[in-house]
Design a protein around this ligand. Structure first.
Ligand code: SF4
Ligand code: SF4
Length: 360
């Protein structure tokens, strides 16, 4: 019989920093997704509504599931200290972009998927073919956070991230549901205490209460998931975020001493601090090269260009207005991302915001 300890040791050998086991049970926390969806907090993420039944019951993901092996992978790397414009009405900034830390590395869907398949292959080499297994990495219909907390990988912080007492919250969660009856681990206690730093620091008030995120207000949603225009009231709050937002993790005391990962998979090209004006003046092909190989490819070039226009508008330097006339690479081509109504709308907003700040 395969033991939990053997599975965890192999997971660590394959490069996972944390591994625990949760029962494939109807955990009470799984029901909160339905309430969250009913409040409209998912916005345009209709795929969450469509997959809600599966996400609420791991047995709909794998009918024979008895155990959920959950892995945590540290992706913490040094990042440049990129100045924030500081929100609505603040002084000008350089137009340097900020990029969520997880996008620094390889596309984690691919890299972690490979490691999980290797873990399953090892389990089959040890136990034979007589069991079912299904891997999950973010895009699959599993509430990783709930099972991670149940498996003792950390507690769910008030910023909604799983926090490990030694590794912090810069963790990619993934795992394997299996029909094998592995001995489960237990949850850790909540160690947020009276702290409210993440709620107080969120620029958009997206953390409406501890552990409750209104995604429609979250900069990660606005810059990555939202296909349409960013609501005008939220555009100043996007500040200089090109892709995602890490503020509620950056301020968390549990991340102050979080170790850096030595795993080369998460040490890709540094994109933080790139000049929005330079990126804007790239052709679509060159802009695609900027994001290639990372999770940033999960959003469209038009959305990235929309975000760039907002960043330029928020940078507050009126001299940047003329840059908006020069998106690079054959803009007469109707297929150029800058020609889309989505981007044109953001450009018009950026022009007007920069004009407001020009000396009169
Ligand atoms: S990611 Fe940014 S916008 Fe979203 S909840 Fe955290 S601090 Fe707020
Ligand atoms: S910032 Fe404070 S309240 Fe928020 S997750 Fe971290 S410890 Fe918890």
């Amino acid at each position: 019989m395969l033991s939990s300890a053997e599975v965890k040791a192999e997971a660590r050998r394959l490069g996972f920093d944390l591994c625990g086991v949760a029962p494939a049970a109807a955990l009470p926390e799984l029901t909160r997704l339905g309430e969250w969806l009913a409040r409209g907090y998912a916005g345009e993420m209709t795929y969450l509504h469509k997959s809600a039944a599966t996400r609420a019951d791991i047995r709909q993901f794998l009918p024979t599931a008895r155990s959920v092996i959950v892995t945590g992978t540290l992706y913490n790397v040094e990042v440049p200290d990129v100045e924030r414009p500081g929100g609505p009405g603040a002084a000008s900034a350089s137009g340097a972009v900020r990029v969520a830390r997880y996008a620094r590395g390889d596309d984690y869907h691919v890299r972690l998927g490979e490691r999980l398949e290797a873990l399953v292959a090892w389990m089959r080499s040890r136990y034979g073919e007589g069991f079912d297994a299904a891997v999950f990495v973010d895009k699959h219909h599993v509430q990783e956070r709930v099972f991670a907390a149940q498996a003792g990988l950390g507690w769910v912080g008030k910023n909604t991230c799983v926090i490990h007492p030694a590794l912090g919250s810069w963790l990619l969660l993934s795992g394997v549901a299996t029909s094998l009856p592995l001995v489960p681990d237990g949850p850790l206690s909540d160690q947020c205490g009276a702290c409210t730093l993440c709620l107080d620091s969120c620029p958009t008030g997206a953390l409406v209460e501890p552990r409750l995120l209104d995604a429609t207000r979250c900069i990660s949603y606005l810059t990555i998931e939202l296909e349409g225009p960013v609501p005008p009231s939220q555009r100043p709050h996007v500040e200089n975020h090109l892709f995602g937002c890490d503020i509620c993790q950056e301020v968390c005391p549990w991340n102050l001493a979080a170790p850096l990962t030595s795993d080369a998979a998460w040490h890709g090209p540094v994109r933080d601090g790139a000049a929005a004006a330079e990126l804007w003046q790239r052709s679509d092909q060159s802009l695609h090269a900027f994001v290639r190989g990372s999770a940033m490819t999960y959003t469209s070039l038009a959305r990235l260009r929309r975000n760039l226009a907002l960043v330029i508008g928020n940078a507050g330097d009126p001299a940047l207005a003329e840059v908006l006339d020069r998106p690079g690479g054959g803009v007469k081509n109707a297929a150029h991302s800058a020609q889309t109504a989505l981007v044109q709308d953001a450009v018009a907003w950026a022009r007007s915001r920069l004009a407001d700040r020009a000396p009169r």
